[in-house]
Design a protein around this ligand. Structure first.
Ligand SMILES: [Zn+2]
Length: 143
């Protein structure tokens, strides 16, 4: 049974396409960023790709100044961060231990892991939980 809390993550189909292209162009490093949107409907309206300043190529860390700039300009337009996203250059689309720590720290946000081909969504509920991912207008089932 689906509760309101565990509703699927719904993204515009073109957003998923854009994230996959960003994952491809960052390869073999991880692309990363934030999806901003409407806090009431949780509709994603803006894709932010942030510079990955992590030392290791299989890790990600947002450029802090870029992150702050995006936060300020998006919130001025009434959009809030809804999803933290990053890519995995390998086919493995499950959260790493570092990803799980990030999800626990940002438990109010959804988390999207993107490959060059597909994506999986996760949410923190006393642990990492997979979330159904849908795209508008069509359905985009993964997993
Ligand atoms: Zn990861």
């Amino acid at each position: 049974m689906r509760t309101n809390v565990e509703r699927p993550l719904v993204l515009p189909a073109q957003t998923l396409g854009l994230l996959r292209r960003l994952a491809r162009s960052a390869h073999p490093r991880e692309a990363c960023g934030v999806l901003f949107g409407n806090p009431r409907t949780r509709e994603v309206l803006r894709v932010a790709e942030l510079t990955n300043v992590a030392d290791h190529h299989l890790d990600f860390a947002f450029d802090p100044q870029e992150q702050l700039d995006w936060w300020v300009s998006e919130e001025a337009e009434g959009r809030v961060p809804l999803v933290l996203w990053h890519s995995h250059p390998t086919a493995e689309l499950y959260p790493s231990p570092a990803d799980a720590t990030c999800m626990a720290m940002h438990a109010r946000l959804d988390h999207l892991i993107v490959s060059r081909w597909t994506a999986r969504a996760f949410r923190w509920r006393d642990g990492v939980m997979p979330v159904e991912l849908r795209s508008k207008p069509g359905w985009f089932r993964v997993g």
